[in-house]
Design a protein around this ligand. Sequence first.
Ligand code: CO
Length: 222
Amino acid sequence: MCAKIEKDTKPAGDDLYKSLLKGNQKFIADALKIDSEYFTKLAKGQSPPVLWIGCADSRVPANQITNTAPGEIFVHRNIANMVIHSDMNMLSVLDYAVNILKVKHVIVTGHYGCGGVLAAMSNQQFGLIDNWLRHIKDIYRLHSKELDSISNMDERCDRLVEYNVIENVYNLCKTSIVQNAWQTGQPLGVHGWVYSISTGVITDMKVSAYDNANMDNVFRFK
Ligand code: CO
């Protein structure tokens, strides 16, 4: 019975799955060739200076596109790199990163051509994910005047990608986690970047925040 189920549900291309394990062997060999103590050192602990909040898109891996190594970036990824204030997963990562790891920077990184943002711009239903994408529709509404005036849909999507990053940087600043760090004098920068898959270039949205001075009063915690 079990064997039958396994046969019916086994995806084609099982070699791909096995090739990942072969890739792991190569990764180990390459790392040990450069430093025989590589894994022993890494196992001692982590002290990454950066928390990365990025899109789950397979083409936007935090370490590769910033030329950093394991141990340098603490990573949280979801569809369309969002910071939603009721998302316990994101809040737990943020709390741990800021209060235990004491990261120096939190970076929200979006990417042009983001499928989640494109989907949020349409009137089509995609199922459960519509509830997640609603947050992007809310951001669209905030900037609808400008966005509606962009007739090219790819360009409109890219502008919404930028606004999605900017608004999620603000969302980070609104959390008690980030504001408490600032209150106690813990050095912490919050930044917004957009990555271009077609060129590899990261653009800084220049919305970095280091305190809550410019925040709307209603969001400010004492
Ligand atoms: Co994306």
